[in-house]
Design a protein around this ligand. Structure first.
Ligand code: NI
Length: 175
């Protein structure tokens, strides 16, 4: 396993819709292992394959953000089947380090996908899990959380992002 570089906004790959995984082979298993290590190293609660430069419909969620808890969810070719309610909460993204804002999302979601063994499964999530699944599935559709802000807030974000990066704590500025 190896921890890989996370693509950062405004990298173009983050705006592209990913391609469904048609073969869960040894290469896919290696990709999943690398993504797990990358997500845990970055202390993220979710990671989509395109965030490490692989445009495949595959993401991980671990709302514990640590290993050894059995909380890891691997979602291959996920789809949201149903959504219920709305809730606003603070959100951030490993691809937009140092920036957090309030985003309105569905309160509860039902998602279907394949696990890493290639078996169909469905998962229901509320709270942070629901938010993380929506955030990661958005990534797979080429959507970032800043795309969910109001147009005025988004324009403000774009103009000020360089300044946000310079003043962000917890992550050194990368050129
Ligand atoms: Ni993200």
């Amino acid at each position: 396993m190896s921890s890989l570089d996370i693509r950062k906004y405004p990298d173009k790959i983050l705006k592209e819709k990913t391609v469904p995984v048609d073969n869960i082979d040894a290469e896919t298993q290696r990709l999943i292992d690398d993504m797990i290590e990358t997500m845990h190293f970055a202390r993220g609660i979710g990671l989509a394959a395109n965030q490490i430069g692989i445009s495949k419909r595959l993401c991980l969620i671990d709302i514990m953000a640590i290993e050894e808890k059995g909380s890891l969810i691997v979602l291959i070719n996920p789809l949201i089947l149903e959504k219920e309610g709305f809730i606003e909460a603070q959100e951030g993204c490993l691809s937009i380090p140092g920036y957090m804002t309030t985003i309105k999302r569905s309160e509860k979601v039902y998602v279907k996908g394949l696990n890493r063994e290639g078996k169909d499964f469905e998962i229901e999530g509320t709270g942070l899990l629901a938010r993380a699944m929506q955030h990661e599935i958005d990534h797979l559709d080429g959507i970032l959380f800043i795309d969910r802000m109001s147009p005025i807030k988004r324009e403000f974000f774009k103009r000020r992002y360089k300044k946000f990066l310079k003043t962000a704590t917890g992550e050194p500025k990368k050129s």
